[in-house]
Design a protein around this ligand. Structure first.
Ligand code: 3Y8
Ligand code: NAP
Length: 244
């Protein structure tokens, strides 16, 4: 059977892999969930939208004669990763993950680790502060329980409706982000605490370096468990796996 690759994308590393694969000539298709209005264009044929759960993905793998799946999704896209793990097992298709290590606090960093979004909300009890919520739009409603704060919401797209937070500033901006940009934004908007996911990678790290330089506390949401699949951290290792 000739090689046909499905790349589950949505990260900087997935984009890097797509360029590499396009140059290699390996037959591949890139996949987005369709979470944002205009996802970044890729140099590969691209599909947008869910597959319809595990069964939908099994059907897709079979209908498109996929021989290899690369899970290059974000570490917090846990449902997609578990679906890919089960669907590849059912369909007898090989699976590998292109993942990035979690960030680690340095000596002077002021991190509070919490297990999930609820933990981050709880950690914000107390007097009003100016909170940079760098979580995207899906998790914003949970913070209505701590409405005393002024939230700086960094979103990929302008929200269709105002967020359920009485005091907020919206910053429409997609990454990858730069230190200069995040430092300027955090100073200009007088951020005094950062809430983020331990996404790892380079595309979202600037806010942590800026927080370190400004001496700001960070509420760090730790990763949830991912499937026991094979993992590599470089696009070269993915290409080796596909071609050998
Ligand atoms: C649709 C596709 C590339 C990929 C770029 C990376 C870096 C910039 C940093 C902050 C954190 C956040 C968010 C973030 C980053 C990269 C990467 C990354 C974080 C795009 C993209 C899609 C999404 C979906 C989006 C989520 C949201 C999360 C914003 C493309 C731009 C907060 C994750 O509006 C929404 O509904 C946004 C939804 C899932 C998390 C959430 O729960 O809201 N990503 N982000 C993908 C799809 O449809 O399949 O246009 O590039 C991709 C990128 N976002 O190729 O350059 O590699 O991580 N994305 C987080 O890390 O916490 C922003 O603001 O500091
Ligand atoms: P999720 O909660 O793990 O997945 C929810 C459902 O979305 C999946 O079951 C699947 O639908 C669909 N889906 C997710 N990723 C997909 C993909 N690449 N291609 C096709 N369908 C996909 O996912 P999420 O956290 O919402 O992330 C969605 C996308 O944004 C992913 O591409 C991810 O890499 C990217 N992203 C997420 C984050 C984050 O913080 N979560 C950050 C940066 C980028 P069906 O069940 O119908 O198949």
């Amino acid at each position: 059977m000739t090689t046909k690759l499905l790349i589950l994308g949505g990260t900087t590393e997935a984009s890097q892999l797509a360029s590499f694969v396009a140059q290699s000539g390996v037959d591949a298709v890139f996949s987005y969930a369709g979470r944002v209005a205009t996802p970044k264009a890729q140099p590969l044929p691209t599909r947008i939208g869910g597959f319809g759960g595990i069964d939908g993905l099994v059907g897709y793998l079979r209908a498109h004669n996929i021989t290899h799946v690369v899970d290059a999704t974000h570490p917090f896209a846990t449902q997609m990763s578990w679906n890919a793990f089960h669907a590849c097992q059912s369909a007898g298709v090989q699976l590998i993950a292109l993942s990035r290590p979690a960030w680690k606090a340095r000596k002077k960093d002021l991190w509070t680790h919490v297990p999930d979004i609820g933990g981050a909300v709880d950690a914000l009890q107390g007097e009003a502060r100016r909170v940079l919520l760098a979580l995207g739009k899906q998790n914003v409603p949970a913070f209505a329980d701590q409405a005393q704060h002024h939230y700086i919401l960094r979103l990929v797209d302008e929200p269709e409706a105002p967020p359920p937070l009485p005091h907020h500033t919206i910053v429409v901006s997609r990454g990858p982000f730069t230190l200069a940009g995040d430092l300027a934004m955090m100073k200009e908007l007088c951020v005094d605490v950062v809430v983020c996911k331990n996404s790892g990678g380079i595309g979202a790290e600037a806010k942590l370096v800026a927080a370190r330089k400004l001496g700001l506390p960070v509420i760090m949401i730790d990763r949830a468990e991912l499937p026991p699949r094979r993992e590599v951290s470089t696009v070269e290792a993915v290409l080796d796996w596909v071609t050998n």
